[in-house]
Design a protein around this ligand. Structure first.
Ligand SMILES: Nc1ncnc2c1ncn2[C@@H]1O[C@H](COP(=O)(O)OP(=O)(O)O)[C@@H](O)[C@H]1O
Ligand SMILES: O=P(O)(O)OC[C@H]1O[C@](O)(COP(=O)(O)O)[C@@H](O)[C@@H]1O
Length: 312
């Protein structure tokens, strides 16, 4: 079982528009409502592919009830912790060429008591889990020290921890010794204070995160695929998509596929890239099912050419 933790989940509303024009009334060609938040998406992707997962989510207000209803309707196994604040709604505007504009709310304040309740739910359930996967932004409220403490307690208790977050929360996961971190290109750049422009730069940045405590680094690079740096070496892979529809949740699908396939080596990276590419081809943040997966276009190579430029 893979336990996911989404401290700041959301109800995701995606609107498909012909073109984004500021100051105009836009008519949506289509719309989708999905349960959202990065850990929530990892659980949804795992469930859609027959892998057992439980999602820990603080929920509150009408949107919190809607989120629980949406997740129950999909059959996601939930540990919902009631909070006083209102669960956020995030908006995606998707254009036909695949361009996505997102507006994410900050999310409700999680009080110290509520954060302690969520932490207890996580620590209690972790004993049954092969992985504990903490994903997404931190909501307002918990200090970075409290978050670091949760990560350290999980690692200290011997659980395999994966962290997919940004800024200080990503660095807290690294410093706590998470077995895996999954930054995207911007998160990697922020973490090392340098913008990667080649695969060599990405590998160097991943090595710095490993030196700072992370066991493995899975760097996702949008249309440039992904790079895995771990104790076994360096792998790079790509999964071209002819008609990108919505990149929302692509990183979550990549992480889910990578974990589902054992989180090591070329087979796991191939699986992650196939799930990521499939998510990009689907509307909103719909997660791929086995029927959506096509591994034939995925290319994974060891020790990639460090001078290869990044395009996306
Ligand atoms: N435009 C794209 N074309 C093909 N694959 C993509 C594209 N965007 C994302 N992907 C796939 O989804 C994965 C995650 O996307 P990325 O944007 O890096 O993560 P995140 O969603 O976390 O920001 C990539 O590693 C890649 O496999
Ligand atoms: O916690 P954050 O960083 O605000 O992100 C939340 C958003 O991320 C998502 O999980 C999508 O993730 P991606 O970044 O992988 O596209 C949405 O479902 C959600 O609205």
């Amino acid at each position: 079982m893979i336990l996911t933790v989404t401290l700041n989940p959301s109800v995701d509303r995606a609107l498909e528009v012909d073109a984004l024009v500021r100051g105009e009334v836009l008519r949506a060609a289509d719309s989708h409502i999905d349960p959202g938040g990065k850990g929530v998406n990892v659980s949804r992707a795992l469930l859609a592919n027959g892998v057992r997962s439980t999602a820990v989510v603080p929920t509150g207000g009408a949107e919190g009830e809607q989120l629980v209803d949406l997740l129950n309707a999909e059959g996601v196994d939930l540990l919902s912790v009631p909070i006083a604040g209102r669960t956020r709604s995030n908006i995606t505007l998707a254009e036909p060429d695949g361009t996505v504009t997102k507006i994410n709310e900050a999310g409700p304040v999680l009080s110290d008591t509520e954060f302690a309740q969520v932490s207890k739910a996580v620590l209690d359930a972790a004993a049954q889990a092969d992985w504990v996967v903490i994903c997404g932004s931190l909501p307002p409220g918990p200090s970075i020290d409290a978050f670091t403490d949760l990560c350290s307690r999980l690692v200290g208790a011997g659980y395999r921890l994966a962290v997919d977050s940004s800024g200080p929360a990503l660095l807290a996961g690294v410093a706590a010794g998470a077995a895996l971190v999954k930054p995207n290109r911007e998160e990697l750049a922020e973490a090392v204070g340098a913008e990667p422009t080649t695969l060599g730069d990405v590998v160097e940045a991943c090595r710095r995160l490993r030196a700072a405590g992370a066991g493995a680094v899975l760097a996702s690079l949008g249309a440039d695929g992904a790079v895995l740096v771990d104790g076994d070496g360096v792998l790079a892979g790509i999964s071209p998509v002819s008609v990108p529809r919505s990149t929302v949740g692509a990183g979550d699908a990549l992480l889910a596929g990578f974990l589902a396939a054992g989180a090591r080596g070329a087979a796991a990276l191939t699986e992650g890239l196939a799930w990521g590419a499939a998510a990009v081809s689907l509307p909103g943040s719909r997660m791929p099912t086995p029927a959506d997966l096509d591994r034939t276009h995925v290319r994974v190579t060891p020790d990639p050419d460090p001078s290869r430029p990044l395009h996306s």
